[in-house]
Design a protein around this ligand. Sequence first.
Ligand code: NAD
Ligand code: DAU
Length: 349
Amino acid sequence: MNATPFVPEALLVTGGCGFIGSNFIRMLLTDPQFADDRFRIINLDKLTYAGNLENLTDVEGHSRYQFVHGDIADADFVNHCLNDHGIDAVVNFAAESHVDRSILDSGPFVQTNIVGTQVLLDASRQNEIKRYLQVSTDEVYGSLGSSGFFTETTPLAPNSPYSASKAAADLLVRSYCHTFGFPGIITRCSNNYGPYQFPEKLLPLFIANALEDRQLPVYGDGRQVRDWIHVSDHCRGIAAALHQSSPGEVYNFGGECELENLRLTETLLELLNKPDSLINFVKDRPGHDRRYAIDCAKAKQELGWQPRIPFETGLKETIEWYLEHQQWTDRIRSGEYRIYYDQQYRDRS
Ligand code: NAD
Ligand code: DAU
């Protein structure tokens, strides 16, 4: 851990128009806890199907914020971007993030998650940036049995094309730290929930379906276990790691809230006052990881971080948010996503 906190002058946030990135940027610009952080934020996003400028309309025009449209895998563009904006720190959220899509086509995952990370690392070296934080996932550790937890030293054993591409990126960051003394940090987090999550992921998908009285496609027996963390707790962890971590460190973040998918689905239906008959068991996700569970003792000890939002409170607030923002979901579901959605679920039922 760093005795003197690191504070950048200009922070490049990649993938800032997605779910976690947009929550992270909003937190840095509007949360009173971060009011003293006077650095500029440049948001570089390709605006893929998952990137939505609408997620940040409330901070558009903020004096310390600028959006730049581009691809992290475009070396010339990224080099110029770092140079032109005087970037001295990078937080890389940009990724293809959905496991089911990686099973349909791993190409974009290799291109953005691996090649994109390599391009960012080289441009960061060339521009002598002082901190680089790679936002990674607990999925790089593979799957657990009924007991045990992932720690930062658990061997990487990714099972899906998505997690394999994230593990490859982590290993690139690790290798740059080892070989070049590169100031890289890796964070690995469990399943996030909260506002602005693209409605292909379990929670926003099931909320939207339930509100329309459509079926909720539970994969396999629904007994898979995920650890759930509110996105704001994850974002606070990333900020803590950026400011306080020494280069070369890895930190796990988790919500300490393990739940079977089926239990989560039943709770959701109860809170929405909808019947269990909406549950539809469909064909399992190929290679589906059975259980994730996170040991985040290191982050607690070294960063003074811990998850703050109890799941029951966070889930109720999240449901409220999606109820109040149904048009946001509708706009997404009426476009390209709908085609993907139909293709996915016609094949499964
Ligand atoms: P998301 O899919 O909601 O957003 C991804 C963003 O990246 C989008 O705005 C998209 O336009 C952008 N993007 C994609 N390819 C790009 C490219 N080539 N160049 C520039 N921008 C590009 O994802 P998310 O759920 O917010 O996840 C963000 C990061 O956090 C990812 O790296 C993911 O692996 C990691 N992560 C996610 C979770 C989770 O539960 N969602 C948990 C742990 C880690
Ligand atoms: O663990 C962190 C990871 O969490 C992140 O790295 C990924 O970017 C993020 O997408 C998420 O991955 P999951 O595969 O766990 O999330 P998803 O919401 O797709 O699925 C959660 C669980 O619910 C998983 O066990 C699969 C199951 N599921 C999902 C969908 C979309 C269903 O049963 N039915 C569904 O329709």
